[in-house]
Design a protein around this ligand. Structure first.
Ligand SMILES: C[S@@+](CC[C@H](N)C(=O)[O-])C[C@H]1O[C@@H](n2cnc3c(N)ncnc32)[C@H](O)[C@@H]1O
Length: 181
C-alpha cells in the first residue's frame, strides 16, 4: 500500500463526524478532501499552505466535492497554526496531517523546511487530544528533504507522551505519532 493510502486508512479509522483536524500542507487538497469527508457537517478542517496556487487547487477540489464549507483555508505557514485555531479547540484536535516537500507540478524551490516544520510539530503535539495523531510523510529525494526527514525523526525520538510508528519505503518515510491517553 502506498504511504499516502496508509495515512488515509488511519485517518478513516480515527476521525469521526464532529471532529476538528488540521491539514498542515494543503497542496492540491487530496488530504484535505479525505479529512473533510470524515469530519462531517459538524466538524471542521483547518488547512494551511504558503502558496496561493496550492490553496486555489485545494479549494477547487473541495468545491467540486461540495465540501468546501467544512474547511477553513489559511494562506499562511503551518508554524502559525496555534495562533489561528480557536482557543477552545486547543488540546482537542483528532489529527494533524503533514505531507512535506513541494507542490507537485509547481516550483520545487518552495518546500517545507526543518525549522518551520518542527515549530509546527511542537504546536501539533500541544493541540492534539489524547489519542489524536500527528502524521508526517517526509520525502528525501529533493534538496533538503533528507535533512528535514532526519530532523523530524529526531524530534519524535525526543518526544515523551507520543507513541511513534515509522513506515519506511524506497521513496518517502511516514511517521505516525499518537498522543498518549
Ligand atoms: C507535498 S505538498 C502537499 C500535498 C498535499 N497534502 C496534497 O494532498 O496534495 C507540500 C506543500 O507544503 C507547502 N508548504 C511549504 N511550506 C509550508 C509551510 N511553512 N506551511 C504550510 N505549507 C507549506 C507547499 O506549498 C506544498 O503545497
Amino acid at each position: 500500500m502506498k504511504l499516502t493510502a496508509l495515512v488515509h486508512q488511519r485517518l478513516r479509522q480515527l476521525v469521526k463526524p464532529g471532529d476538528h483536524v488540521v491539514d498542515a500542507t494543503a497542496g492540491n487538497g487530496h488530504d484535505t478532501l479525505v479529512l473533510a469527508e470524515l469530519v462531517g457537517e459538524e466538524g471542521l478542517v483547518f488547512a494551511f499552505d504558503v502558496q496561493q496556487a496550492a490553496l486555489e487547487n485545494s479549494h477547487k477540489r473541495l468545491e467540486e466535492a461540495g465540501l468546501a464549507s467544512r474547511v477553513r483555508f489559511f494562506e499562511e505557514g503551518h508554524e502559525r497554526m496555534a495562533s489561528r485555531l480557536p482557543e477552545p479547540l486547543h488540546g482537542r484536535l483528532t489529527a494533524v496531517v503533514f505531507n512535506l516537500g513541494y507542490l507537485p507540478g509547481s516550483d520545487k524551490r518552495c518546500i517545507t523546511r526543518p525549522d518551520t516544520t518542527l515549530a509546527a510539530l511542537r504546536q501539533a503535539v500541544r493541540l492534539l487530544r489524547p489519542g489524536g495523531i500527528a502524521s508526517v510523510l517526509a520525502y528525501r529525494g529533493h534538496a533538503g528533504g533528507l535533512a528535514e526527514s532526519i530532523a523530524v525523526s529526531a524530534f519524535f525520538q525526543r518526544q515523551t507522551g507520543m507513541e511513534v510508528e515509522t513506515q519506511d519505503s524506497p521513496g518517502p518515510v511516514l511517521y505516525i505519532a499518537t498522543k498518549s491517553k
